[in-house]
Design a protein around this ligand. Structure first.
Ligand code: MRU
Length: 363
């Protein structure tokens, strides 16, 4: 299929939200990403025309959140294929291989990145002996499909998860697992949105989520756009609120779920899960099947990204720590399956997830 035909078949905006959040959009042959480093102060888009530019946007966190980086990477392959469409088949294949490698190396923890690239690889294989222009069109089609399937999965997760949220619930969330972390609607925030849309009076407590402040900047912004009541706290306050009976449920997203149900998510999630258990508060994880990695037996084997010291020493150019102070910055942690009350997927809810139940939902 010709690229221009593929463009007509798919909307340029992939995430039409009530709030108008557009995480990724396809405009005139380019991928535009809302720049999540600038939110909420400025709404700006980063335009990408090559795999290299998309890989940089993922590395530098202009786009972040497991499903969103998977979708962006798929578009990165499609952009590279479009750039190389007039090349000889050998040069096309070599250029595409390089793009796959560069995108795969952009960030290590979220498995959705590798998952989306595998889908794009399979699309090239399925195209048999197709010429580069036809392959390029097929790859763009596949990227559009990955993005629209993500929105559909989030809506299905929202419907399943909303049933777990009581009317009037005060729900605590961490990081940003919203429209901004996906192609639209969100995973954890998708459940909250769906509960609110079903008429439940739900309010949200979100922590700042140091050091990148996804909670304070992104989740707080998204929920305000939607008119869902939201209160911001610092990362150390959730235990206090739980001990005072001010939190009814916790819901977070995930970057990778191991075969036994262990969950890698934003640093701090493990601490919150331990506190939730201490206070008998349900701890829910909302994640699409593309986040489950059955090749990883348990959370111990999930690669944990460590980012630069500057993120911990300060923020946005302001340094508050002594210059040169030693820093650790692991940006994810692992919550054992035993602390997870339920895993919410697009195929349904897995209560007290374990190896057998995870295998069953994937069938
Ligand atoms: O470093 P980030 O912002 O990419 O980390 C994101 C998270 O940890 C999210 O909670 C996770 O990706 C779930 S997204 C629906």
């Amino acid at each position: 299929m010709d690229q221009s035909v593929a463009e007509k078949l798919h909307p340029s905006s992939l995430s039409p939200q009530p709030s108008g959040v557009e995480t990724l959009r396809w405009r005139e042959g380019r991928l535009e990403l809302i720049d999540q480093r600038r939110l909420p102060a400025r709404i700006e888009f980063v335009a990408c025309s090559s795999a290299e530019e998309v890989a940089r946007a993922i590395r530098d966190m202009a786009v972040r959140g497991a499903p969103a980086i998977g979708c962006a990477a798929a578009y990165g392959v499609a952009l590279e294929a479009a750039r190389l469409r007039d090349a000889a088949p050998d040069a096309f294949a070599a250029g595409l291989d390089k793009a796959f490698r560069e995108l795969a190396a952009a960030r290590p923890t979220a498995v959705n990145l590798a998952w989306a690239l595998e889908r794009m690889r399979s699309a090239t294989g399925a195209a048999g002996r197709a010429r580069p222009p036809e392959l390029a069109a097929r790859l763009l089609d596949e990227a559009h499909r990955i993005a629209s399937e993500d929105v559909a999965a989030n809506r299905a997760m929202g419907a399943h998860g909303a049933a777990l949220i009581a009317d009037g619930a005060r729900v605590f969330t961490h990081c940003n697992a919203g429209a901004l972390a996906t192609a639209g609607h969100g995973t954890a925030l998708g459940v909250i949105r769906s509960a609110a849309a079903a008429g439940k009076r739900v309010s949200v407590i979100v922590d700042e989520t140091r050091p990148f402040l996804q909670g304070a900047r992104l989740t707080a912004w998204e929920l305000k756009q939607d008119g869902i009541p939201v209160t911001l706290i610092t990362d150390g306050m959730s235990g206090h609120l739980m001990s005072r009976g001010e939190i009814d449920a916790v819901i977070v997203g995930a970057d990778r779920v191991a075969a036994n149900g262990d969950v890698a998510n934003k640093i701090g999630t493990y601490m919150i899960a331990v506190l939730a258990q201490r206070h008998s508060i349900p701890f829910y994880v909302a994640a699409p099947l593309s986040t489950i990695d059955v090749r990883i037996a348990s959370g111990d084997a999930i690669p944990i990204e460590e980012r630069g010291a500057a993120e911990v020493r300060g923020h946005a150019g302001v340094e508050w720590a002594p210059p040169g102070i030693a820093v650790r910055n692991p940006v994810f942690d692992v919550t054992p399956a035993s602390l997870v009350t339920a895993l919410i997927t697009e195929k349904g809810v897995v209560h007290q997830p374990d190896r057998r139940k995870i295998a069953a939902i994937l069938k």
